[in-house]
Write a new protein. Structure first.
Length: 457
């Protein structure tokens, strides 16, 4: 299998990534909904339940957990999804749902860092201590030698970089970033594919002049930081001057019917661009499905103060359902399913028990300020993600939670397992790979966890 990967993360800022029981989405990947919640199974008197860290006691009715949507059958016997995801239901035999993810951080920064870099710290930090898996993959590719493709190894399309990044690897291994709405008429990717031969010539002359003036002593460069910057500059020059680079980002080269199939909106065109880039030679693409399509606060953080969680699910589900399934279908129809892995996830799930609080503002999927509405808070103890391609046996359902979706009861997997599985698909030996940090200390890229056998292909 060739080492290609696509990670789409939809925020749990609600989710980040691909995720749910109602669909909740960090891009880089929320939990794909596995049915609406709800059996009326009562808690034994005196037994604690915790809702986002707050201990509660008593008897809860199904109405306190279950939303208004019904589960529907899928192509996979026994797997039910929310009625909001009919396209997912129709192609459930092309993906696998991991229903037993768990981590220990309840905040967006720490939760995102746990899932994408393996940092076990539960405290929210302003900057990541460890590099995320995407920049690790970029770094490892760079150590293997110069790229043959004119495209970078790692591209982020509206990527989830708020809490993640290269840490001690340095900015040279950050993604080539594409921001904005690819569906907008005015959208363009800057700094790629100069078409004027005179401009290309002048740029080349300036680059050679800079090289001639560069007399900086490099003997101290033990960590190859300067070499990395040289590679970064070379890559930038290639993007500026190579017409094939511009073609890979150009969605107007797609059949209009294909663009329609993904959805003529930001999410659909982001995932279409991701597919084009992977086919053109990019190794890792990550994208966050956030913005106006999410609702008033432009993310999936469906606390009651932000959104009516059920109206928000309805508001965004159509675009989500269309875009994600179009990508998965293309991976199979274009013969990419053995070498391209699609992962859809968020950093955590949402509370099984519904909470009600006054809205802080009216707008899409939110009542006027002061109106009490339903929401769901952060829940790291149990969440799902979706996996497709990569040679994985499709149609699997891995793991299980209790009847309320509160805790994992079968096949628990953590961030280390998640990361080790992705590294395995990228042909990176996570069990035996360490990278020196700022102090020169070798730091394992995964220090706990191992690849999930059912997801190895």
């Amino acid at each position: 299998m060739e080492p290609d990967g696509v990670a789409s993360q939809l925020p749990a800022d609600g989710p980040r990534g691909f995720r749910h029981t109602e669909p909740a989405g960090h891009p880089a990947v929320a939990r794909p909904t596995v049915g609406e919640r709800g059996r009326d199974q009562r808690v034994k008197p005196g037994k604690d339940r915790r809702d986002h860290g707050v201990a509660t006691r008593g008897l809860f009715s199904a109405a306190e957990y279950r939303g208004p949507f019904s589960p529907i059958d899928t192509k996979v016997p026994g797997l039910k999804l929310t009625e909001l995801l009919p396209r997912h239901a129709a192609i459930a035999d092309k993906f696998t749902v991991l229903r037993s993810m768990r981590q220990t951080a309840g905040g967006h920064p720490a939760g995102s860092m746990q899932l994408l870099s393996g940092d076990p710290d539960t405290r929210d930090k302003p900057k990541p201590r460890l590099p995320d898996w995407m920049t690790v993959a970029n770094y490892m590719r760079a150590q293997a030698g110069p790229r043959q493709s004119p495209l970078p190894a790692y591209v982020g399309i509206n990527p989830p970089l708020e809490y993640n990044g290269p840490a001690y690897l340095g900015e040279a291994y950050s993604p080539f970033t594409v921001n904005g709405d690819p569906n907008a008429p005015s959208f363009s990717v800057p700094n790629i594919g100069l078409s004027n031969p005179g401009e290309v010539r002048r740029l080349d002359q300036r680059s050679k002049l800079r090289q001639n003036l560069d007399t900086l002593e490099r003997a101290f460069d033990q960590q190859r930081e300067l070499a990395a910057l040289d590679e970064f500059e070379t890559q930038a020059m290639t993007l500026l001057t190579n017409p094939k680079a511009k073609e890979a980002f150009d969605l107007t080269r797609e059949d209009p019917q294909t663009r329609d199939r993904y959805g003529r909106n930001a999410w659909g065109q982001q995932l279409l661009m991701a597919r084009r880039l992977i086919e053109a030679g990019v190794d890792v693409v990550t994208t966050s499905l956030s913005g106006p399509l999410c609702g008033r606060v432009q993310n999936w953080d469906d606390h009651a103060v932000n959104h009516n969680v059920f109206e928000a699910m309805q508001f965004r589900a159509g675009a989500w359902d269309q875009a994600v399934t179009a990508l998965i279908e293309d991976v199979f129809e274009r013969g990419l399913d053995k070498r391209v892995l699609v992962v859809v996830t968020g950093e955590f799930g949402r509370t099984p028990r519904i909470e009600h609080s006054p809205s802080t503002g009216g707008g899409d999927a939110s009542a006027p300020a002061g109106t009490k509405q339903p929401g769901r808070d952060h829940w790291p103890r149990a969440f799902s993600n979706l996996w497709a391609g990569g040679g994985i046996q499709p149609g699997q359902v891995i793991g299980a939670t209790d009847s309320r979706g509160e805790d994992v009861v079968e096949r628990m997997c953590g961030p280390g397992d998640f990361l080790a599985t992705i590294y395995h698909h990228l042909k990176i030996d996570s069990a035996n790979t360490a990278i020196k940090d700022f102090t020169g200390r070798p730091t394992p890229i995964v220090d706990h966890g191992k690849p999930i056998p059912e997801l190895l292909g």
